[in-house]
Write a protein that binds this ligand. Structure first.
Ligand code: SAH
Length: 472
C-alpha cells in the first residue's frame, strides 16, 4: 500500500488551490463539498469559479509561488502546468501535504474516488495508478449501498449515547446495533420511514435483553426477479439476494439470476411447472413463515413481478396473518420485458390508449374470460400463460368481434439469449405459437404489434454468418 487512506478535517485551516479551467473547478467542487476553507489562485486569470457566493472561498491575488502559506493545511494543483511542479517543491520544503493532479511524482497525497452518503463516505484508491479503475469500483459500490445508508448512520448516532449508558459491555452493545441494523428497524430507516424506526427503537425497554435474545428477528422480502436477464434485476433486488439467509424461488427464475444469490445462502425451488406439481401454495406459505420465525432473512424470489399473476397477494396475506415483517420489491413483468425486447410499444398515440394484462391458463380459463370487454381496437391485450389456450383465445376474440386481421405477436423466453418471436394476425395465432418452440411466452394482441422490431436476437455468430451470406 503506497498511500494510507485517511479522512482529513478540512475546517482546520485553508487549503490552497492553484490551477485553471474545468480541472480547477472540478477540484473546487470536491473540496467545497467537504466544507473546505479555500484560497484559490486561478492562474489563467478567469475568476468565474461557477460556485456562486460560497462564503469559505477566498480568491487570492499574486504569485502562489511567493504567497504566504502560514496556517495552510494542504496544497492542491489542478490544471496548473509548470506552476504545479514548482508549487510541489515549495510545499514539500515547508512540510505541507501537496497534490498535483495526475502527477504522482510531485504529489504527497492523492484523491480517492468518493462515494458520499452523508455520514457514510467510502474512499476508493488505486495508489494513483488508474483513476478510471477507481471510478469503476466506486460505481459498483454506489450500486450496492442503499441510498439512505447515511441516514442510517445518523439515526444510530442519535441513539448511541443513551444506549452506551444503558449497555455497559462493549460486545453486547455491538450485538445490539447489529440486531437493530439487520432487523426491521434498520429496514424502516432505509425505506425512509424514520418515525416508525424511531418509535420502534424507543419501545425497546431492555436493550441488553434485546441484544442477548438468541433469535434475531426474521423477515420475508418478496422479490420480483424480472423475466430472465439478470441485468434487469433492480438494485434493491440484488441487495436482497445478497442479504438473504434462505431463498425460496420459482422454477421460472433463470439460473443466471440464481447465480446472483450469495454463495452460502440456502436455495429452495418451490415453483410449479406445467404438468409437474409444485409443493403447493399453502406449503410455500408455511415454509416461508417458519423460516422467518426461526430468525432467518427470507427472500421469496418470483419470476417477473410478484403482484402480476404471481400469487404475491396471497403470500402477503399469509405473512400479515402470521405477524411476520415483510416488504415487496417489484420486478419487470414478462409483458414489459417482451415489449422492450421485441420493440412493441404497448401504448401509442391515437392507436393504443389502454393495456390489459390477462391470464388464460387453460382453454377452460379462456372460456371463462369475458372477451366482450376486449373489443376496443385501441386496447393492447397482453396474455400470460396463453400458449396452450391459443385456439380458445382466438375463438373468444373472434366471437367478440375482433377482426381476424388484428396483429398478434408471440414472444417466448423474453430477455433471455434464446428469446424468439413470431408475428402475424389473430387468424394464425395457434400456428405462431408453434413457431416459437416452447418455453414461457406472452402474447401481445393489438395494432401496436405492427411496430415490432427484429424478431431474432442476433448472436455475434449469426451476424457474421449473415455478413458472409451477403458477401457471396
Ligand atoms: N409474475 C410473472 C408472471 C408469472 S405467470 C411476471 O410478472 O412476469 C407465468 C407466465 O409469465 C408464463 O406462462 C408466461 O406467459 C409469462 N412469462 C414469464 N417469464 C417469461 C419470459 N421470460 N418470456 C415470456 N413469457 C414469460
Amino acid at each position: 500500500m503506497r498511500f494510507l487512506p485517511v479522512f482529513l478535517d478540512l475546517k482546520a485551516g485553508p487549503v490552497v488551490l492553484i490551477g485553471a479551467g474545468e480541472l480547477l473547478r472540478a477540484k473546487l467542487r470536491v473540496l467545497a463539498a467537504a466544507g473546505a476553507c479555500l484560497r484559490v489562485h486561478a492562474i489563467d486569470g478567469n475568476q468565474d469559479l461557477g460556485l456562486g457566493e460560497a462564503a469559505r472561498i477566498e480568491i487570492a491575488a499574486g504569485d502562489p509561488l511567493t504567497a504566504d502559506l502560514s496556517g495552510v493545511i494542504a496544497v492542491v494543483c489542478a490544471g496548473a502546468g509548470d506552476v504545479g511542479v514548482a508549487m510541489s517543491a515549495r510545499a514539500k520544503s515547508l512540510g505541507l501535504p501537496v497534490n498535483v493532479m495526475d502527477d504522482l511524482e510531485h504529489s504527497s497525497f492523492i484523491f480517492p474516488a468518493i462515494v458520499d452518503r452523508d455520514d457514510v463516505v467510502v474512499a476508493v484508491g488505486t495508489g494513483g495508478t488508474s483513476p478510471v479503475v477507481a471510478r469503476r469500483v466506486r460505481e459498483k459500490i454506489e450500486a450496492l449501498l442503499p441510498a439512505r445508508i447515511g441516514e442510517l448512520a445518523e439515526f444510530i448516532g442519535g441513539f448511541r449515547k443513551s444506549i452506551n449508558e444503558r449497555i455497559a459491555e462493549f460486545p453486547l452493545r455491538r450485538r445490539f446495533w447489529e440486531r437493530v441494523i439487520d432487523g426491521p428497524i434498520g429496514a424502516a430507516v432505509l425505506a425512509g420511514r424514520k418515525d416508525e424506526a424511531d418509535a420502534a427503537l424507543k419501545a425497546i425497554s431492555n436493550p441488553s435483553e434485546f441484544a442477548r435474545a438468541d433469535k434475531p428477528e426474521g423477515s420475508v422480502v418478496l422479490v420480483g426477479a424480472g423475466p430472465g436477464d439478470p441485468d434487469l434485476l433492480t438494485i434493491k433486488a440484488l441487495r436482497a439476494l445478497q442479504d438473504a439467509d434462505i431463498v425460496f424461488h420459482d422454477e421460472l427464475v433463470s439460473p443466471e439470476i440464481l447465480d446472483r444469490i450469495r454463495r452460502d445462502t440456502t436455495r429452495v425451488a418451490v415453483g410449479r411447472r406445467i404438468g409437474k406439481p409444485g409443493i403447493g401454495q399453502d406449503a410455500i406459505n408455511k415454509r416461508m413463515i417458519e423460516a422467518a420465525q426461526s430468525g432467518q432473512r427470507v427472500v421469496r424470489l418470483k419470476g417477473g413481478d410478484p403482484f402480476v399473476f404471481g400469487r404475491g397477494g396471497e403470500e402477503v396475506e399469509a405473512l400479515r396473518a402470521a405477524g411476520i415483517a415483510y416488504s415487496i420489491i417489484p420486478g419487470i413483468t414478462a409483458g414489459l420485458g417482451g415489449a422492450a425486447d421485441f420493440e412493441v410499444p404497448l401504448t401509442y398515440r391515437h392507436e393504443a390508449t389502454r393495456i390489459t394484462f390477462l391470464t388464460a391458463h387453460k382453454a377452460r380459463d379462456a372460456e371463462a374470460v369475458d372477451w366482450s370487454t376486449l373489443t376496443d381496437t385501441r386496447m393492447t391485450v397482453v396474455v400470460y400463460m396463453g400458449m396452450s389456450a391459443a385456439p380458445a383465445i382466438r375463438a373468444g376474440l373472434f366471437a367478440a368481434g375482433r377482426s381476424p386481421e388484428t396483429p398478434v405477436g408471440v414472444f417466448a423466453r423474453v430477455t433471455r439469449p434464446d428469446a424468439q418471436g413470431a408475428i402475424g394476425t389473430l387468424r394464425d395465432l395457434p400456428e405462431l405459437v408453434q413457431r416459437t418452440h416452447g418455453g414461457p411466452a406472452i402474447l401481445i394482441i393489438g395494432d401496436v404489434v405492427r411496430h415490432a422490431g427484429s424478431l431474432r436476437r442476433q448472436t455475434p455468430k449469426q451476424i457474421i454468418s449473415d455478413l458472409l451470406d451477403a458477401a457471396e
